[in-house]
Write a protein that binds this ligand. Structure first.
Ligand SMILES: [Zn+2]
Length: 459
């Protein structure tokens, strides 16, 4: 056994619901029937040889006899040969267990010893492909392939069975997949169990990353509504932009109508309807976005923006209101309460200016989309840099101390609520030009796709 050498590696099995076609189901049922027959036949063979020749039959002997048996029983040829071999291994394991139990009983342990028994067809309900990959001339060749269909489904391409559709509810490292077992449950549903080799060290590493991933800082902006400290961003939704364009068009028409006329009233209603639609679509979108955040994170850090003050002072008042920053924070806050997550709001002072890597303060003009640090050389998207600062402030806020090696927050910067004057006096605050390019230099930044697109149609 090579157990010691691969101490940190072990097999984990993931189960997926399978949806065979009628033909595939027919084939699988037939295979199970044939495999059950083979199981019982091999069991019986071992028994009779022991009775008549007083010798044990080994797995290798039965495997070597398989071609001969196939000639005698051609129906075996309908089943993939590795699946047949796996049945012989099952028989071998059953005997192995029997002899082990026998040994333990001889030593005086209280164990039940059961001689391997034949199985009725109805109880034989799984078949195993023992190899997902095989080595050929030093190269790994797939015996079974995995093909993603979409977010929800994938196909397992099984030899002699074809493309078996499965509900792919979680990703797996297919390169590390070892075996595939197809089974039928008591109510006739089909399942696929995929065993995957995992490395304990890898798992621990991922667990630590997961904990870190549970906190997020969020920068609210105009071009990108949300930029997260994980380099995700959410644009100001397109469907709203579309509706807004339509609103503008209809408003123009409205202004041309003669006051008090029948058409005036008609157009007034039309405009009001679009207003209503936009309001609902925005709420719907913000609900989804806040749900997304709360489902993913345990700590969500926003800036404590004084929105009324910003709106009063900013040229971008309309855009700020449209973006729905305040609504997003409100939605996230009450959803978090119910989900046991936490929303923290921190002082927005200097979040845009400070370098999230080294803490150096880098003043920026409104149009500068990139954070370029002369101190440490960091070049980051402006909003991403801010979101990391926001997260750090949130963590300090929680722990009451410093986080990481960055010094800035220890320097007398309050993390509590900001007064409206403080907020407005920050020159770089939230006044990004909406037309400026976002200049994503790092390809790892990616747009978030929310679980479902809001169901709004622009007629
Ligand atoms: Zn720096």
């Amino acid at each position: 056994m090579s157990r010691v050498r691969e101490e940190s590696k072990f097999l984990v099995t993931y189960k997926f619901r399978a949806y065979p076609t009628a033909l595939q189901e027919y084939k699988l049922e037939n295979w199970l029937y044939v495999l059950c027959w083979l199981y019982n036949f091999s069991l019986e063979e071992r028994k009779s040889i022991w009775r008549e020749e007083k010798r044990s039959v080994r797995y290798s002997e039965q495997q070597n006899n398989l071609p001969k048996l196939k000639k005698k029983e051609p129906i075996l040829k309908t089943v993939h040969s590795q699946v047949l071999q796996d049945v012989l291994r099952r028989v071998d394991r059953a005997f192995g267990k029997f002899f082990q139990d026998l040994e333990r009983k001889k030593k005086g342990e209280r164990t039940k010893v059961g001689y391997p028994k034949k199985k009725p067809t109805a109880k034989y309900k799984s078949l195993t492909f023992p190899q997902v990959w095989m080595k050929q001339k030093g190269k790994l060749i797939p015996v079974i392939r995995l093909e993603r269909k979409n977010n929800r489904f994938a196909y397992l391409i099984l030899p002699k069975i074809g493309k078996l559709k499965i509900r792919f509810h979680r990703g797996i490292d297919w390169k590390k997949a070892k075996t595939v077992t197809v089974e039928r449950d008591l109510v006739g549903k089909w399942w696929v169990c995929i065993s995957v080799e995992v490395d304990l060290e890898q798992i621990l590493k991922e667990a630590v990353e997961r904990v870190e991933r549970k906190s997020v800082g969020i920068d609210l902006g105009v071009k990108n509504l949300v930029t997260t400290s994980e380099k995700n961003f959410v644009e100001h939704p397109k469907f709203l932009q579309k509706l807004e364009k339509r609103l503008k068009r209809e408003q123009k028409k409205f202004s041309r109508k003669e006051k008090g006329s029948e058409n005036y009233e008609k157009q007034r209603k039309r405009v009001a309807k679009i207003h209503e639609k936009i309001k609902n679509a925005r709420r719907d979108f913000l609900h989804k976005l806040s749900r997304y955040l709360v489902d993913r994170y345990e700590l969500i850090v926003f800036e404590n923006l004084n929105i009324p003050a910003l709106v009063r002072d900013s040229r971008l008042a309309k855009l700020i209101l449209d973006a729905g920053w305040g609504t997003l924070i409100t939605f996230a806050t009450y959803k978090a309460v119910m989900a046991g997550a936490k929303v923290v709001r921190v002082n927005p002072a200097y979040t845009t200016q400070d370098c999230s890597v080294c803490g150096y303060r880098v003043p920026k003009t409104l149009a500068e989309r990139m954070h370029r640090c002369p101190n440490c050389g960091a070049e980051l998207d402006r909003d991403y840099n801010a979101s990391v600062n926001i997260l750090k402030k949130g963590l300090t806020h929680l722990t009451g101390g410093r986080v990481g090696a960055t010094r800035t927050y220890a320097c007398g910067e309050g993390t509590g609520g900001a007064t409206s004057r403080e907020v407005v006096s920050q020159p770089s605050l939230k006044q990004e030009t909406p037309c400026g390019s976002s200049g994503w230099e790092d390809s790892r930044q990616r747009a978030l796709s929310l679980p479902e697109a809001p169901s709004v149609r622009a007629e």
